[in-house]
Design a protein around this ligand. Sequence first.
Ligand code: ATP
Ligand code: MG
Length: 459
Amino acid sequence: MIEDTVLIVDDEEIILESLTQYLSERGFNVVGVESLSAARKVISERNVDIILLDIKLPDGIGLELLNEVAKMEEKPIVIVMTAYGTVDTAVSAMKKGVYDFIQKPFRTKDIELIIKLALDTKKLDKELKVLVKTQAEKFGITSIIGQSKKIEEIFKIIKKVASSGANSVLILGESGTGKELIARALHYESKRAIWPFVAINCSAIPSNLLESELYGHEKGAFTDAKEKKIGLFEKAHKGTLLLDEIGDMSYDLQTKLLRTLEERKIRRIGGTTDISIDIQLIAATNQDLGKLVEEGKFRKDLYYRLKVIEINVPPLRERKEDILPLAKYFMQQYNKKLGKHFKGIERSAEEALLNYSYPGNVRELKNIIEKILILEDDDYIKLDYLPQEVKQEDFKSPDNERAFDNVYEIGLENYIKMKEMQFIKDALKKCNGNKSEAAKLLKIDRSTLRYKIKLYGIE
Ligand SMILES: Nc1ncnc2c1ncn2[C@@H]1O[C@H](COP(=O)(O)OP(=O)(O)OP(=O)(O)O)[C@@H](O)[C@H]1O
Ligand SMILES: [Mg+2]
């Protein structure tokens, strides 16, 4: 076992000697010094876990050492021993980072107890830091794959919001674009990371049940309330609550939610006391909330309250730079999970993946890759392995240059095809779908036009 090192700083020889002996016998590694300057030298040269610090020293006041301690990366725990302790000095010392205060004279046994408690606290602190770090790696920004400008914009917003701490955030985007992933990243990158992240899907639960899920209830509050229930607002206290599919929340519950957000207090159903809650609320939806407001289905005031910080997650087809990095990321993940050995994606398959429109967004891409890795044993993902709709879609979608940050990604050949498709579409539009006229306009014969319409899947 690695011994903890205790530095004793005291100019009273009897105390220094008796403490040194007592703590050494109990397995501590003890260093004793009689002055501030000697203490400074020790902490600059070696690792110290605990400092037992006297206040009155021959070359100054013990508390001066706290300035040095504050600058250290691995801060030792400081316990101040003094005969002159007043409440005032104790309080100011605590503020400067002193862990505890012990009044002289004391029993050596007491100081051992304080040291043990302090070491336990420090150990827990350390463990918590490690845990938060691994959580942040797993659920933080690094869990979101993408290199398009659009996703990088979102990274920036996440970082800003996480460091400044917003009370509410609205995340909008089509299904499967990664809204929940972003909500988690917002939580795990913030100071709230050590507190709970709680998510609920508002569309999956009937309205009256949703209310008691969120607010909890007292025993006997209604017929089915056989036991007291703690709601999600309380469970998420100090952390983050994600209300997914907020567009499906009933109007009445929206009213209650707005009040909760304003008062920062809740009351369990059937309860009589208010409970203060401190949460970051994240609302997400794939519906057009603005439209729901117009239709009178969503409260305008709640909408404005929520959208102070709004994150719009673009569909995958509008950030094509993310498609291949995501596909490769999922390939590696499923390699690991399924014990497969895929090394990459063949060029033709890459092109098809790039050109597909992904109505189900990232989730669809993930499922496509998963299915291939389950079914196939190969080194490379081939065009042949892709689902029919992906192979077929080749140029069916109106891919325009605006969908790319970097249009060169697709190469000259595809670019020409894309332009050709667009050119034909425009001609057809101009001729109100009349193929003979469009063929004349394009200066090609009708059969060529028919062939190309079929090839590109033009409606
Ligand atoms: N940028 C990304 N990097 C890695 N994985 C992603 C990314 N975006 C989405 N995913 C994955 O895709 C799946 C769908 O994402 P998520 O559940 O966050 O979408 P959503 O927008 O909440 O969808 P819905 O509206 O259907 O609830 C998840 O498995 C998620 O891990
Ligand atoms: Mg979701």
